[in-house]
Design a protein around this ligand. Structure first.
Ligand SMILES: Nc1ncnc2c1ncn2[C@@H]1O[C@H](COP(=O)(O)OP(=O)(O)O)[C@@H](O)[C@H]1O
Ligand SMILES: N[C@@H](CCC(=O)OP(=O)(O)O)C(=O)O
Length: 377
């Protein structure tokens, strides 16, 4: 059973960070590692479906190679990840086997989440593993991921993944009890915030970047993960790794920081809203903005002013007004070149009124807060 009036969290994405698995030098802390494995195995045996997202490959690999982590170039980090990932999986496979669980490895890059077809295949693979009671263990494919296709951090990856497999909860296991009103490493009197219903500017300020008094990037990526998860209708909890905290949380105890989910669309729209990144932009006139925002209609060719960038039919596009403000995200039913040709037809006086939709309303989500930016608002 879970939180919130006994609502059960059936499907959970559990993410564990590097610092919870390794020591400063990057060596595996077996005691901590075993606690994490025990927590996850208990959740699985307790009837939850779990996907584990684990960091630690770069740290473990660098340690094994005798490399100093703070001096690594990008290719060296990628090489370290190649070495460390096998060590990580070997340790997981052995440790979970002792608890009667088989594991499978999935390495992902941003592309696997952005491309709808790959995203669907990924979710099918995860579903199949879960159906066979095999624990999927996910990490970013650091060895191949160049900057443009990196998710960059596993907090965000875990949250995005939760959308792919319609999870009910993301649990981020880390080295602090949860989100504090100031960085607990610097301030012993910092107080734990046990729940967050809205990600207000005040909450974001608690996780300001390194160099400020209140925080490091560490909490910021966790808040970003909370934004993604909750906007997809998924709860997110930050917990200190180990000592049975995950089990206690699932049993209804108040531990860590719980970020409450928000009402969210399901399926394709959920993916569009929270995960997909646009390949190009379609600039539309005020009438089209009105039709999309107020009329909840599809985007038609006559409302299109300009096309920016290159995209194929089926790619995600950002729809923006002539004032440059984003209005919606959706799946383009034309490639950018085809759409440009249609705009030329329109410019030469031919009718484009009866052509199929550019973005169909069933494949379109409004950008948050857009009602306030629509022309007559
Ligand atoms: N307001 C805050 N509350 C809690 N922790 C914070 C806060 N601001 C910054 N932090 C830092 O965030 C760290 C956790 O993030 P990180 O080190 O990236 O963990 P992980 O490796 O588990 O992803 C904590 O150890 C703490 O130093
Ligand atoms: N993919 C990387 C970890 C990336 C990451 O987000 O790390 P962390 O902040 O420790 O969760 C690795 O396996 O080393």
């Amino acid at each position: 059973m879970g939180k919130e009036l006994g609502r059960a969290y059936r499907r959970i994405v559990v993410k564990v960070g590097t610092h919870s698995l390794t020591d400063e030098r990057g060596e595996l802390r077996y005691e901590k590692f075993e606690q994490v494995v025990a927590d996850v195995a208990d959740a699985v045996h307790g009837g939850h479906e779990v996907i584990l997202v684990s960091s630690g490959a770069i740290a473990l690999g660098a340690f094994r190679l005798g490399w100093r982590r703070d001096l690594l170039t990008l290719p060296e980090k990628q090489a370290a990840a190649a070495v460390g990932q096998t060590l990580l999986m070997k340790a997981y496979a052995e440790c979970f086997a002792e608890r009667g669980l088989a594991v499978g490895q999935i390495l992902l890059t941003r592309d696997d989440l952005d491309d709808r077809r790959r995203y669907v295949h990924l979710s099918n693979t995860l579903e199949t593993l879960l159906r066979h009671r095999i624990l999927p263990i996910v990490n970013e494919n650091d060895s191949v991921a160049v900057e443009e296709i990196r998710v960059g951090d596993n907090d965000t990856l875990a949250a995005a993944l939760a959308g792919a497999i319609t999870a009910d909860l993301v649990a981020l296991l880390t080295d602090v009890e949860g989100l504090y009103d100031k960085n607990p490493r610097l301030y012993p009197d910092a107080r734990l915030i046990s729940e967050v219903r809205e990600l207000t500017p005040e909450i974001w300020a608690l996780a300001e970047g390194a160099g400020t008094v209140v925080g490091t990037g560490g909490m910021r990526t966790k808040l970003e993960a909370a934004r993604i998860a909750t906007s997809m209708g998924v709860d997110l909890v930050i917990l200190r790794a180990g000592e049975g905290r995950l089990g206690r949380f699932l049993a209804g105890e108040t531990v860590g920081t719980l970020f409450h989910r928000r009402p969210a669309p399901r399926g394709k729209k959920r993916w569009l809203q929270a995960v997909a990144r646009p390949s190009g932009t379609i600039v539309v006139d005020d009438g089209a903005v009105e039709a999309l925002v107020r009329g909840k209609k599809s985007l038609l060719v006559p409302g299109v002013r300009r096309v920016e960038g290159t995209f194929e039919e089926g790619d995600v596009v950002l729809v923006v007004g002539e004032n440059g403000l984003p209005v919606a995200k959706g799946l383009a039913r034309y490639a950018s070149e085809e759409l440009r040709r249609l705009l030329q037809r329109k410019a030469s006086g031919q009718s484009v009124a009866r052509l199929p939709e550019v973005v169909h309303r069933d494949e379109l989500v409004l950008v948050e807060g857009v009602a306030q930016t629509s022309p007559d608002a």
